[in-house]
Design a protein around this ligand. Structure first.
Ligand code: ADP
Ligand code: ADP
Length: 227
C-alpha cells in the first residue's frame, strides 16, 4: 500500500527525515514510536503529501506522489488521516461534518451521504450526537467523530498521528477501541502513538524512530518482551 524509499526532508539545514524507507503492506498495522522531534509526524504527513519531501520517493497504492500526472486529491481520498487535535468543523453539526466531503468531493447525494454518516456514527457509538455541534462533545467523542468522518471517504489506508495524546486519560480507551475494531476489520493502518498497550495488541510491526531515522523495527514481541 505504501512504498517510501530513502526519504529526506529538511527544514533549513536540519534533517527531519534522514533517508527513511518504509513499506506498509495491504492490511498491515504499523505502529511508529520514538522520542518527540524524531520525525514521526513528518513521516506520516509525507504519506499524503501534507509535507513535501526533498529527496526519495513515495508510492501509495500504485500512485507516485511526485509524478506530475498523479492526482493528489485522489491520494488524499484513499488516505484517511486523524490528528491529535480532532480538526472538526466547529460551526457544523456532527452529521454535517460527516457529510460535507462526501457530497463535495465524492459527489454523493445528501441522502446517500447521510445514510453513510449515520451508519458510521452508529459504529463509533455516537448516533445520538448527530445533531450536536463538536464543541458540545467530549474530546473522546470528538475524536471518534473525526475517525468516522475519515471513514466516510472509504479510505484504503488510515494514518493516525498521536490520536489520543490530547485526551483526558478516561477517554483514551474509547478511541483506542474504535481503532482496534478498525484493525480487526482489516484496515491498513500506520499509527504514531505513545500507547504501548495498543502497540502490543494491534501492531504487526513496530518502528522506532530517532533523530529522523528508523533505528529499529520488529514485532511487538521483539520490542516488549524481556530477554
Ligand atoms: P515527532 O512527530 O517525532 O515529534 P516531527 O516530525 O513533528 O517529530 O518533527 C521532527 C523535527 O522537525 C522536529 O525537530 C521539529 O521541530 C522539526 N519540524 C517539524 N516541522 C517543522 C517545520 N515546519 N519547520 C521547521 N522544523 C520543523
Ligand atoms: P504535532 O506534534 O501535534 O503534529 P507539532 O507541534 O509538531 O504538532 O507541529 C505543528 C505544526 O508546526 C506542524 O505544521 C509542524 O510542521 C510545525 N512545526 C513543528 N516544529 C516546528 C519548528 N521547529 N519550526 C517551525 N514549524 C514547526
Amino acid at each position: 500500500m505504501v512504498e517510501a524509499k530513502e526519504i529526506i526532508k529538511v527544514y533549513g539545514s536540519f534533517r527531519a527525515l534522514d533517508r527513511v524507507s518504509l513499506d506498509v503492506y495491504d492490511g498491515e498495522k504499523v505502529v511508529i514510536i520514538g522520542p518527540s522531534g524524531s520525525g514521526k509526524s513528518t513521516l506520516l504527513r509525507s504519506i499524503n503529501r501534507l509535507e513535501e519531501i526533498d529527496r526519495g520517493s513515495i508510492v501509495v497504492d500504485g500512485m507516485d506522489l511526485y509524478d506530475p500526472k498523479t492526482d493528489i486529491t485522489k491520494v488524499r481520498e484513499e488516505v484517511g488521516m486523524v490528528f491529535q487535535s480532532f480538526n472538526l468543523f466547529p460551526h457544523k453539526t456532527v452529521l454535517d461534518n460527516l457529510t460535507l466531503a462526501q457530497i463535495v468531493v465524492r459527489k454523493r447525494s445528501r441522502h446517500e451521504a447521510e445514510e453513510k454518516a449515520m451508519a458510521l456514527l452508529e459504529r463509533v457509538g455516537l448516533a445520538s450526537k448527530a445533531k450536536s455541534y463538536p464543541g458540545k462533545l467530549s474530546g473522546g467523542q470528538q475524536q471518534r467523530v473525526a475517525i468516522a468522518r475519515s471513514l466516510a471517504m472509504e479510505p484504503k489506508l488510515m494514518l493516525f498521528d498521536e490520536p489520543t495524546s490530547a485526551l483526558d486519560p478516561e477517554m483514551i480507551g474509547e478511541v483506542l477501541d474504535v481503532m482496534k475494531d478498525l484493525a480487526k476489520e482489516g484496515m491498513t493502518m500506520a499509527v504514531v502513538t505513545h500507547e504501548m498497550g495498543f502497540a502490543r495488541e494491534v501492531a504487526d510491526r513496530v518502528i522506532f524512530m530517532d533523530a529522523g531515522r528508523i533505528v529499529e523495527e520488529g514485532t511487538p514481541e521483539h520490542f516488549f518482551t524481556q530477554p
